[in-house]
Design a binder for this molecule. Structure first.
Ligand code: WQD
Length: 342
């Protein structure tokens, strides 16, 4: 049996990380997961193993800021490439706790880079975010459009992109792909894996699913006075399994160039909040009561990706539509009303 390519997935128990682990295992990679379970649970990795019919090669409960523990992981496993998801990602929380966000998101990335360098690992896919575009007035957004992060979370991702570019200029042979996700939503079609936010969801899709399940009374729509078709916020929702596939495809193209390259991960389609509500009701056959309230501070009118760069560079596009996103999110909610058992 030829040796499988081994990928270290930091934050591999999280929403996007766990779906990416399934995608990698399904495509013949070996996966080593590190996660501190601060916003995830080991239960997700049990579901990963069930779906993929084989477990990750190893799972280590580690904080990426723990340099000794991280170095130990690289000593234990022959890592070929790294996908770095582990980060704090709540915009509102980042305004309240900026030190934690810069420490974890920026410090965690430099700690990882040091461990990679010390162990001769030079291939990295980095989890970035469309939030670095800030209050963009232009849609759709391409990679060369200017960044304008407006909160500590978004700035932490933008700083990581900058430091990665600097380090790539300093360290020969380092290959980095930074993927700027738009709005990842949905769940694995098996209904075994999905998004399990702690407490009341901040993001609209898991909130919708709980309203549909009767666990929340109604959706509060944050403003209908934006310059959009129906006044509500427009986003580029992308199926989490397409995000996972995008990471696998990125791995396959990592070696093509040294240095840091950035790609947007989105569908290029914009959907308003009210259009999402209607799509969810159609897909799932359940009414979604809602009320229009004021805007949420920090929200922007519209964020839509131009997915052309990935299509040209990798001959790859997303394949799942909004109906699949809603159906898969709803199936996971129905089958897992209280999230994972542990
Ligand atoms: C979507 C739309 C809201 C909740 C988030 C992160 C961002 C990135 C993508 C990581 C907006 C509206 C929401 C609700 C609502 N993640 N909404 N009622 O804010 O676009 O981006 O995911 O990189 O960093 O912030 O996603 O789902 O919170 O909002 O009306 O209860 O739904 O105003 O228009 P967002 P979201």
């Amino acid at each position: 049996m030829p040796r499988r390519t081994t990928v270290l997935v930091t934050g591999g128990a999280g929403f996007i990380g766990s779906h990416t682990c399934v995608e990698l295992l399904d495509h013949g990679y070996d996966v080593v997961v590190v996660d501190n379970y601060s916003n995830s649970s080991p239960g997700a990795l049990e579901r990963v193993a069930k779906i993929a019919e084989r477990p990750p090669a190893a799972v280590h409960e580690i904080d990426v800021l723990d340099r000794h523990a991280l170095s130990w992981v690289f000593d234990q496993h022959d890592i070929d490439a790294v996908i770095h998801f582990a980060a704090k990602k709540a915009v509102g929380e980042s305004v309240e706790l900026p030190v934690e966000y810069y420490d974890t998101n920026v410090g965690g990335t430099t700690a990882l880079l040091r461990a990679m360098h010390d162990h001769g690992v030079h291939r990295l896919v980095f989890s970035s975010s469309c939030s670095i575009y800030g209050n963009a007035t232009k849609v759709p957004l391409a990679e060369e459009d200017p960044a304008g992060p407006t909160n500590p979370y978004a700035r932490s991702k933008w700083l990581c992109e900058r430091l990665l570019a600097d380090i790539c200029r300093h360290l020969d042979g380092l290959c980095v792909l930074a993927l700027r996700y738009f709005n990842p939503v949905g769940a694995h079609p098996s209904g075994l894996l999905g998004e399990v936010p702690r407490g009341v969801p901040n993001n609209v899709m898991p909130y919708l699913a709980r309203v549909a399940a009767g666990r929340l009374p109604r959706l509060s729509v944050f403003g209908d006075d934006y310059p959009t078709s129906d006044g509500t916020g427009v986003r580029d929702y992308i199926h989490v399994m397409d995000v996972a596939a995008g990471h696998r495809v990125a791995l396959e193209h990592l070696d093509e160039e040294t240095g840091m390259r950035v790609f947007n991960l989105g569908t290029g389609q914009g959907t308003s909040v009210l259009q999402l509500v209607a799509a969810f009701e159609r897909a799932c056959g359940v009414p979604i009561p809602y009320e229009i309230i004021g805007r949420r501070p920090g929200d922007v009118a519209a964020l839509i990706a131009d997915p052309g760069a990935v299509a040209r560079a990798w001959a790859w596009t997303t394949t799942r539509d909004l109906t699949a996103m809603c159906e898969d999110a709803w199936r996971f909610q129905e089958l897992n009303p209280s999230g994972y058992p542990n």
